[in-house]
Write a protein that binds this ligand. Sequence first.
Ligand SMILES: Cc1cc2nc3c(=O)[nH]c(=O)nc-3n(C[C@H](O)[C@H](O)[C@H](O)COP(=O)(O)OP(=O)(O)OC[C@H]3O[C@@H](n4cnc5c(N)ncnc54)[C@H](O)[C@@H]3O)c2cc1C
Length: 425
Amino acid sequence: MAGTCHAGRRLGRVGIVGREPVIMAPTDSDASPSGGIDLQKRREMHSNHSDILIIGGGSMGLAAADWLAESGAAAVRVLDAHSPPHDQGAHHGETRLIRLAYGEGAGYVPLAVRALERWRALETATGESLFLPTGITNIGPAAAPFVRQVAASAKTHALALEVLDGTAASLRWPGWQLDGATSVAFERVAGVLRVERILDCWRERVAASANVTLTARAPVVAIDARAGGGYEVRCADGRRFSAERLLLSAGQHLAPLVAPLGIDLPLTRVRKTFAWFKADARYAPERFAGFSLTDDELGIYYGFPDIDGAGFKMGRHDSGQPLAPGEQMQAFGEHPDDLPELQQVIDRYLPGVGKLKQGAVCQYIRTPDEHFLIDEPLPGLIVAGGFSGHGFKFASALGESLGQWLASGQASPELDAFGAGRFRG
Ligand SMILES: Cc1cc2nc3c(=O)[nH]c(=O)nc-3n(C[C@H](O)[C@H](O)[C@H](O)COP(=O)(O)OP(=O)(O)OC[C@H]3O[C@@H](n4cnc5c(N)ncnc54)[C@H](O)[C@@H]3O)c2cc1C
């Protein structure tokens, strides 16, 4: 896990908690780094009612909580099944890519641009290294849909993109062994986010806030709409919490939690693997960029330079093994494809990458079209999920949009494209 973040203590405006509060003992919650807890926050921790409840304090939930902590706009409780950051969701493995020229669609570009601004602002506010501007190479046949879309989105949004053929790219980045028919689009401003360190920072900032409380190890098992408005949730150990508005950002459990409310979300869970390998000096971050790679025969891959001596890291984006929510995942190496599918890419393209150091498993929660699912299926109940293996880069911007939505009740129009309506009819 990443080290702690040196988030400064900030004071927000304090929201008032509670109709008929039920006094409960605080659980694993967030004392401020100094060891003290605001009086108001102590009251919140003892109440089971808040203005806003966030179910799932992972990438999106903590991002929204961080924005709400900064705004001080409301009394907020975050419930997470584990203690974030952790390796039971989709936010472990140290690093994530952030690309602006976007192979998944030009519509994402403004969100990616804002997200990068906000990542940089978070770095400034915390004094932490959270973003490494390694650049990103988008590699593949010029006719591949992803590669074409990278170029098209850069053109539409006037993003700087250098396009080289594979031979020139292999001279510039000797870690690659590419042929002249391959297209390489290099985006200099893109790079790598330190995902677990970011979650540490958000968690510390939330802990230092006057209005947001994180309750860890609190798996939610049921959600009920209250007769008078708002929602009540029940945790596995019987604890109950209620709020006027709910953000459900619970990854694999999002769809099963809302199904009893008559909401059918088309989300599937997929086992994904990634691994770190020994690599020579060609893979140092100064000499090798993060990458996406499309190979018509082998599939779609992504990877990272050797950061902090961890090794060259790579994973496969397409395919994966379907899993039911809650189903136990096989460890890395237990499925016969785990290492061979990465090794075939190394053998073909990456001459200085050596033996496996360590592999890991993670999960994608996918929608049918692999675009996000963000909506308000019932008044005051916002769902954010189906990030389909490419969501983290946007979390800083989506946290802001979701936080504003929760605080004001008004959704930002930029989220319209992610509505569940596109799957109906
Ligand atoms: C291997 C891998 C590589 C990736 N690479 C990239 C990349 O390079 N760039 C990129 O942008 N994105 C990438 N992604 C995708 C990105 O990491 C995810 O889209 C993002 O983390 C999803 O955020 P989330 O908040 O939905 O999920 P999470 O961060 O997993 O958060 C969900 C939280 O909900 C909690 N929870 C679940 N059930 C309950 C419950 N019942 N009650 C309470 N809490 C609950 C969990 O404990 C968890 O903390 C990658 C993902 C993986 C797996």
